[in-house]
Design a protein around this ligand. Structure first.
Ligand code: THU
Length: 137
């Protein structure tokens, strides 16, 4: 699975986004080290803080299926009906990803308008992170 395909899957995952409040649809495609992909989308709620981002949806699906080893996540987000436009993960999602990955190894792929993409290490997006090691876990 190359990152261009992962980005395409992330953009496709936007179609199931439930975003009637923001009209900003986000899709994520989470790649395990074994090569399996879990998709996610943002799911909003009338009680706004109860909504969840696409990235955490994907991680919750994967972790709840027993997955623990992740290689990369692609993220595509933008106004509904428009091309994705450099949607970076929110702070809560960065922290959530950090729990299950080695930030120096885990790749975060940001999908651009033309479906080209940029690759970052999670540690670039979440430097000086707090994680399981701090609690000896
Ligand atoms: N959103 C995500 O799904 N991922 C992010 O990392 C940033 C924001 C969603 C949450 C909300 O449904 C919408 O985008 C607007 O904030």
């Amino acid at each position: 699975m190359d990152y261009s395909e992962l980005g395409r899957l992330a953009n496709e995952a936007r179609k199931n986004s439930y975003c009637i409040y923001s009209n900003f649809s986000v899709g994520a495609a989470l790649l395990t080290k074994a090569g399996k992909v879990y998709n996610g989308c943002n799911i909003e709620n009338a009680s706004y803080p109860a909504g969840i981002c696409a990235e955490r949806t994907a991680f919750c699906k994967a972790v709840s299926e027993g997955e623990r080893d992740f290689k990369a996540i692609a993220i595509a987000g933008g106004p509904v009906g428009e091309a994705p436009d450099d949607a970076y993960p929110c702070g809560i999602c960065r922290q959530f990803m950090n729990e299950f990955t080695d930030g120096n190894e885990f790749d975060v792929i940001i999908v651009h308008k033309d479906l080209d993409y940029s690759v970052y290490k999670l540690s670039e997006l979440l430097p000086y992170s707090f994680g399981p090691d701090h609690l000896n876990k």
